[in-house]
Design a binder for this molecule. Structure first.
Ligand SMILES: [Zn+2]
Length: 390
C-alpha cells in the first residue's frame, strides 16, 4: 500500500472511493487510516458517496472487538450493481464493444469485425452494437462510454491523431461516438487505457507508479506516476515503437531499420512462425512446436530490452506487459525477466516487478475501453453526479 494514489486524488471523495476500490470492503476507521482524512470527514464522504449510489454499507464479517461491542460494525464497498459503463475498443481487425460494472468487471462483450472498413463504417457498426447493449442492460444507469485505440490518441479532443496500421489520421472518434450513442464519451490511447485499468482493477491496484507495455500489431507504452497517467503535451507520451531494439536488418515503415515495432508486431511474429494468427502461434508453442516457441521467446527478449529501459528511465513499482505469449507461457515471462535482470540497474529486484496483464484475454480490450470512462469517475466522482442519478 502506498499513499501516493490517495493523496494524488483530486478530491477527498475520490480518495475515499479509491481506497474502497483498492482495499474494500473497509470500515470507516480503516478508510481514515488509509487516506489520512479525519473520521468525521470520512463519515461525511461515505454518506455523500452512498447518496450518489457509489458506495453501499453492509454488516462487517469480522467478529466484533471489545472496543466496538454493542455497536453494529459496518463496512463500505463499491456498489457495483447499480451503474453501467460502456466501452468500445478499436483494434486492427475488429472493434470490441463491452459493458462493465464499477469494479471493472465485464458483464458482456462482443467483437465486431471490420475488414477493410473506413472510420465511418467502423464507428457506426460499434454504435449499433452499443444500442443493443444499452437495451439489454437498461436496468443499470449508464455512466458513459470509454473508447480506446492504439496509436496516437488525444483525449482532450477525442481525436485519433494517427493509427498507422488502420491508416486512420485525425479521426474524431470521440465526438462521432458521443453523437451516435448519446452517451458522454471519453477517448484515450490503448496503452494508457490498459495502465489505468491495471491501476484501478488489476495487479497494480494501490500502486503509485506503473509502466505498461502493450505489444500487438501496435507497440505502445504508458506511464502512471503519483497515481496519475502521464500524458505530456499533446498526449504524445509513451511512443516506444521506434526504439532501436529489434534485429538490425528488420525494415520499419518509418524508413529506418531495427525498430521495436517492426520486429515485435503481431504481423511480423506470425509471418516468422509461418502461422495465420498470433493465437495460432501461442497455441502451437504451448503444444510444444519448437519454431513457434522460438519465435515467441525472441519476441519476449525484445520486449525484455524495452522493459529494462523503462525500469531505468521511470523506475515504476510494477511494469505490466500485455502480450499473449507472456500471458500464456511461463517461459516467455521468464525470458522478459531475464533480460530485465541482465540489463536494468534494478537487476533481479526489478525483474520481479514485471507482471503479465491482469485480465483474461477475452476481457482485456473491453476492460481497457471501459477504464477510460471509469478513470474519470474515480478521479472526481462528484463531477459526474448528474449522470449517476440516472
Ligand atoms: Zn521505425
Amino acid at each position: 500500500m502506498t499513499t501516493s494514489v490517495l493523496t494524488a486524488s483530486r478530491t477527498a471523495a475520490a480518495a475515499v472511493l479509491r481506497a474502497v476500490l483498492a482495499h474494500g470492503p473497509l470500515a470507516r476507521d480503516a478508510i481514515a487510516e488509509l487516506t489520512g482524512i479525519s473520521p468525521a470527514g470520512v463519515s461525511r464522504q461515505c454518506a455523500s458517496l452512498a447518496d450518489l449510489g457509489l458506495l453501499s454499507a453492509r454488516p462487517a464479517e469480522r467478529p466484533l472487538d471489545r472496543r466496538t461491542a454493542g455497536r453494529p460494525r459496518t463496512e463500505l464497498d463499491i456498489a457495483a450493481a447499480r451503474h453501467a459503463v460502456f466501452g468500445v475498443h478499436i483494434a486492427h481487425e475488429f472493434a470490441t464493444v463491452a459493458v462493465l460494472d464499477l469494479r471493472g468487471r465485464v458483464l458482456a462483450s462482443e467483437r465486431v469485425p471490420h475488414p477493410g472498413g473506413g472510420p465511418e463504417q467502423v464507428l457506426s457498426g460499434a454504435a449499433a452494437r452499443l444500442r443493443e447493449f444499452r437495451q439489454r442492460h437498461r436496468g443499470r444507469i449508464p455512466v458513459g462510454l470509454g473508447v480506446a485505440c492504439g496509436g496516437w490518441v488525444d483525449p482532450d479532443t477525442g481525436v485519433i491523431v494517427e493509427h498507422s496500421s488502420l491508416g486512420w489520421y485525425d479521426v474524431p472518434a470521440g465526438p462521432v461516438l458521443a453523437e451516435l450513442s448519446g452517451l458522454p464519451t471519453r477517448v484515450d490511447g490503448h496503452a494508457r487505457a490498459l495502465a489505468s485499468a491495471e491501476a484501478m482493477f488489476g495487479a497494480a491496484r494501490g500502486c503509485g507508479s506503473l509502466a505498461q507495455l502493450f505489444v500487438g500489431n501496435v507497440v505502445d507504452a504508458a506511464i502512471v506516476s503519483g497515481g496519475r497517467l502521464y500524458r505530456g503535451p499533446g498526449s504524445a507520451a509513451g511512443t516506444v515503437a521506434h526504439l532501436p531494439l529489434g534485429a538490425p536488418g528488420t525494415r520499419c515503415a518509418c524508413g529506418r531499420s531495427g525498430c521495436f515495432e517492426a520486429d515485435a508486431a503481431e504481423w511480423a511474429v506470425t509471418a516468422r512462425a509461418g502461422r495465420q494468427s498470433i493465437v495460432d502461434v501461442v497455441g502451437a508453442a504451448g503444444a510444444g512446436d519448437p519454431v513457434a516457441l522460438d519465435v515467441l521467446l525472441g519476441r519476449a527478449r525484445t520486449i525484455g530490452r524495452a522493459a529494462a529501459l523503462l525500469f531505468d528511465v521511470v523506475n515504476p513499482e510494477v511494469l505490466v506487459v500485455a502480450e499473449p505469449g507472456i500471458a500464456e507461457l511461463p517461459a516467455c515471462l521468464a525470458a522478459v525477466r531475464a533480460e530485465v535482470a541482465a540489463r536494468s540497474r534494478g537487476r533481479v529486484e526489478a525483474a520481479k516487478r514485471v507482471l503479465p496483464a491482469s485480465f483474461p484475454g477475452r476481457d482485456l480490450l473491453g476492460v481497457a475501453a471501459g477504464a477510460v470512462q471509469l478513470d474519470a469517475l474515480y478521479a472526481d466522482p462528484h463531477a459526474l453526479a448528474g449522470r449517476l442519478a440516472g
